[in-house]
Design a protein around this ligand. Sequence first.
Ligand SMILES: [Zn+2]
Length: 280
Amino acid sequence: MKIMTIYAHPADTITNCGGTLALHAQRGDEIVALILSHGGRIHANKYAEEWRKDHPDDDIATAGLDDIVANKKNELERAADIIGIGKVITLDHEDTYATVHEDVVEEIAEHIAAEQPEIVICDHPKNPAYFDPHSVATGMALAALSRAGTYLRNLDGRDEVPVRQVFLGGLPVFNLDALSLGGVRNDCYIDITDVVGTKLAAMDQFVSQGYHGVFARKLVESYNGEAGRAAGVNFAEAFVRLYNETHSHLPVTDAALAADPLTRHIAYSAVNLRGTFPVP
Ligand SMILES: [Zn+2]
């Protein structure tokens, strides 16, 4: 199976679904990460910290956009290797974009058609609640999926796309059942407990934006920990499926059948994250 992720910024793929991707890489699935912007302007922590010093290192404090982007690409390549992402495609658009661009939609559609993924992963378009590059990236990704879906061999010289499901991550709700909050919820959780150290090691590469070390552990403890609480596991990544699923019978997962209602909250609190994976 082939999975394609489509995200706004270099680190988004790892922070949003790095654990899920590591699990798929482990079982031999092919993973392609498409990243729309070079991410040179967001989270310039390393550079800001340097130019605030009394005696800054000039190489860092006066780094130009090309240097910053090159460094971020190196960080991304190392993180992708750790996760098992086989191919990274960076479109290198400015990360200041505020709206959908037709030419970027076409660019994404062409990559989808070329890569032929069965699964696409991107941000939930309602994450977060305001209009930002992540929502716009998903708007363009979904438009590109529709466009790639119209490619016909006789008209365009290329095959139709085989995308079967789109998993939207990052919807900031953790309600436990479909009856609360009018039913707005993540409807699919992946247990990333076994690969949480891999996700941390990948996040530890993003030093220039301060996503390494204590931030990586804070994010995984809080965000993946809370998703895990909803899922009944130590750490999880949450998704909303774009398309309905068809089953031959009513589906109940192995995890639901295996869960012990009396000890569930103890079982999903068993991993001491910072003890097991200390800040390097
Ligand atoms: Zn981002």
